[in-house]
Design a protein around this ligand. Sequence first.
Ligand code: FA5
Length: 332
Amino acid sequence: LQETAKNEIAAANSMEALEKARVKYLGKKGELTEVLRGMGSLSPEERPKIGKVANEVRETIEALLEEAKSLLKTKDLERQLAAEAIDITMPGKEIKLGKKHPLTQGLDELKNIFIGMGFKIAEGPEVETVYYNFDALNAPANHPSRDMTDTFYINEDVILRTQTSPVQVRVMEKIKPPIRIISPGRCFRNDTPDATHSPMFHQLEGLVIDKGITLGDLKGTLEVFAKAFLGSHTEIKFRPHYFPFTEPSAEVDASCFKCGGDGCGFCKGSGWIELLGAGMVHPNVLRNCGIDPEIYSGFAFGMGIDRLTMLKYGIDDIRLFFENDMRFLNQF
Ligand code: FA5
């Protein structure tokens, strides 16, 4: 019995085969168990002798099983290690590093300039109400920008904001002057895409409210900004303009940083490039926000981040920002 068990165990090449062998010899109905069960019919002299032999055989088979088991385990482990081995002679894969999108780089630069002048950053929702985007900003009920052809309406009262100016109102409602914030973010207009227009674009709003703020403060702030952003020789000029929420209002131009103001192809010979819109906050807007225009005054400005980044990096089509072409993005 011991010999056949030994051969069978040695031949077992899986855990299942081993278990089968164990059951065959040591199981409840196993061959050795049968022998032990038959002990009762033996004579008292034979019993201890046969018992001793049967126990020795059981111990031997158990030991053989244990040994075979651990051998199988080692073989399994070796097989697994061989299968998972890493071939360190294989050539490596190139790891591609990401970088900041040019618009993010442009925005970072704008933010740094204004943070350096003591501005804090404020945020507002991109899905905005007609009240904050138009009404509170003193826009007349028949203002053309309210039209469906200019503004994306979600419903009668809710739109995608067309400008970052509604953040002015949200800030003034919450914080008492002095206020000095910038607010960058996405804006949406139902404009047909071309080289300088995108239905989704970015603006950066500025707002300063305190006692005794004048147009001189606005000019000084924007001059510091223009010199920091475009170069220390940059001059700015104000052109009268109209915005419902500022009075007086202006569009601000900077002297062309390519020709220094002499006129070149870049500025179409004029010597100036358009920078942003600005003005003194309209008394009606202050009143709408619970700020007394007899005590406080302030200025606001709004600039297109995409257009300014295009200017700075010499990009001639706004759509390049949103096409995710790596050949374009890798240049920055
Ligand atoms: C405004 O939106 C005013 N809220 C700016 C302002 C703020 C004035 C505070 C006074 C005080 P305007 O509609 O001109 O102004 O837009 C400002 C800038 O947004 C533009 O000069 C341009 O750079 C950018 N812009 C407007 N529409 C688009 C568009 N479709 N694609 C890309 N940039 C755009």
